[in-house]
Write a protein that binds this ligand. Structure first.
Ligand code: NAD
Length: 302
């Protein structure tokens, strides 16, 4: 395929672009945030249209389906420039229904749309070891694969259009539940006077083990929140998309209230645009200011 274009150079897109550039790809990038393309090592494009015109492979990493629809279906967007053989890979976490509509619109111009949910977060993007779960034509995935392997260690083809984003929503719901529940447990453990490092060793050897106990809280108890990853705003968006998806499937969602309440609380207490791991501080705030770690000397707690 000729060049690689990238639209949406935020926490994930910026890091993925950096990996692509380091792997020797030249990337034409667009993001309305000033300097985002340069920071990621991409050649800055003037607008979405320039990226779509100049590249046979276009990658998107945008906040939600509304932004994806604006970029692809909007005036002078990707669809307006789509052509036979062009492949668009949507790395955003988005609504499968919207994804299927966009894929059909691009198919009308003989271009292909792959919905590629990603997991692994900012750290996985930096190391180039993300996991991709991809919906859409397998042949198009095979064509895009040499580029995708610059930032993904595992690539799963899930089935037809929409199945990649569906898999991503199901995974993220479990991530949201385990992060919210573990946060509550860790605040309770602090109040109970338990040694948190020992408790994490216990949990990780017991049936309570999960991604948060294994990979998040060993850092959080040291005061490292792993900044740069998914915010509480985006986490809430993912859970709402999950609930919508289940409603469309006719499956009752009996467990979504907990994470919606927890990440909604975090957003309302001022952590909306910080990493979703800060939900533990939000729960700590309404428990009288509990923190899992000792504040560094000189820190003023307001
Ligand atoms: P982000 O908010 O940091 O980045 C989104 C970028 O899109 C921003 O730079 C913004 O300026 C840009 N943007 C918004 N509207 C645009 C438009 N119309 N045209 C061009 N650019 C536009 O978000 P993020 O954390 O990088 O997440 C991006 C997507 O990846 C989201 O759908 C998120 O749910 C998903 N995701 C994030 C993580 C993570 O750990 N952060 C992990 C997996 C999936």
């Amino acid at each position: 395929m000729n060049g690689t274009g990238f639209i949406g150079l935020g926490n994930m897109g910026g890091r993925i672009t950096r990996r692509l550039v380091e792997a020797g790809h030249s990337v034409l990038g667009y993001d309305p945030a000033a300097g985002a393309a340069e920071r990621a090592g991409a050649t800055p494009a003037a607008d979405v249209a320039e990226v779509a015109r100049e590249n046979d492979l276009v990658l998107l990493s945008l906040p939600d389906s509304r932004a994806v629809e604006a970029v692809v279906l909007g005036e002078d967007g990707v669809l307006a420039h789509a052509r036979p053989g062009q492949i668009v890979v949507d790395l955003s976490t988005a609504a499968p229904d919207s994804t299927r509509r966009i894929a059909a619109a691009l198919a009308g111009r003989d271009a292909r749309y792959l919905d590629a949910g990603i997991s692994g977060g900012a750290a996985g993007a930096e190391k180039g070891v993300l996991t991709l779960m991809v919906g859409g034509e397998e042949q198009a995935l095979d064509q895009a694969r040499p580029t995708l392997t610059a930032f993904a260690a595992k690539i799963f083809h899930m089935g037809p259009s929409g199945t990649g984003h569906s898999a991503k929503l199901l995974n993220n719901f479990l991530n949201a539940v385990s992060l919210a529940a573990t946060s509550e447990v860790m605040v309770a453990a602090r109040k109970a006077g338990l040694d948190l490092r020992t408790l994490l060793d216990v949990l990780n050897s017991s049936s309570g083990a999960n991604w948060a106990t294994a990979n998040r809280f060993p850092h959080i108890v040291e005061g490292d929140y792993l900044e740069g990853g998914l915010t509480s705003t985006l986490m809430t968006k993912d859970v709402i998309l999950y609930v919508d998806h289940l409603r469309a499937l006719g499956v009752p969602s009996l467990n979504s209230a907990g994470p919606l309440a927890s990440f909604g609380l975090a957003a309302n207490l001022g952590y909306a645009d910080q990493i979703s791991n800060r939900v533990v501080d939000a729960i700590g705030d309404i428990t009288g200011g509990v923190r899992l770690h000792d504040e560094p000397e000189g820190t003023v707690t307001t």
